[in-house]
Write a protein that binds this ligand. Sequence first.
Ligand SMILES: [Zn+2]
Length: 341
Amino acid sequence: MSSPLRVWRQWPAGLETVPAGALLERLGGPTLLHLSGAADPPVFLSVLLHGNETSGWDGLRRLIADTIGRGVPLPRSLIVFVGNVRAAAAGVRTLPEQNDFNRIWRGSAGVDGALANAVLTELDGRRLFAAVDLHNNTGQNPHYAVLTQLAPDNYGLAYLFDDQAVYIREPDTVMTRVFDGRCPAVTLELGPVGDPRCADRAYDFLSRMLTLDRIPPSDRARLRVYRTEARVHVPDDVAFSFAGDGLDTPLVLTGGLEAVNFHELPAGTEFAATVLPAARALDVRDVGHAPATGRYFESRGGRLVLREAVIPAMYTVDPAVVRQDCLCYFMTRMAPEALSG
Ligand SMILES: [Zn+2]
């Protein structure tokens, strides 16, 4: 079997002019690029783990056009992983026969597991300045950084991007978690797919980060960190729709909630209309994957209402994403004192 990963020791000439959808043709598959710069150790950067989330690639190639493209060295060495170029060619997050490229980084088997191993082997024994994984948000969410570990350098890296961050404790198969305890690491959710400001954010962040000698500390008083507490799924065998779709399904979700991502919903808020019992209509899982529907929802006369206040995030009204991933997460805000790391 040929290697699942192509490795370059330099930037392929002109690659900065290639849009995400044409990278498969140009590179032939997932690719790792070792780019030497004026300072070491390198930053590890991953883009296009999700094929339709192209803003990270667009921000990076603009930075390359400004530097390597003009014969100017990068301020710091960079190792770039260009991920799911096959999905990018199709303009989708993940192809039907593939695993999600941001769920393959621990204990994964098959071709995608072999790819993850090949990337991690290339990084074996390498000291890294930081690791950054660039994504676009699903649904109408603000841009923010994602932390997989509470540590001062991670707050600093997150704060370099924005004053909002989300701390996630699962799943443990995401790329950023590979770097827990090894180097400062964040995932950046740059904003919605298709919003041109997202590539600007990637470009600005990378430009600033690559010139740093060290990660500056965050302003603890201003960095807002939310912690995910639960994931909300619609069971596979429950037909659903969103209010306003005009469909007669056993579960009708209040689609307008997308507008309230990152805003607190008080106890008593209606979340859905359904003839089903709460535990049948929605499958809420806590961070240990234990059922938690009864903690968050109760049925009241054909409505599902919240039993306690929650802050939703990543709520999506895209039925395909609901089926592939989840409907949303529930978060709480962490007290600044809890961030002592
Ligand atoms: Zn993504």
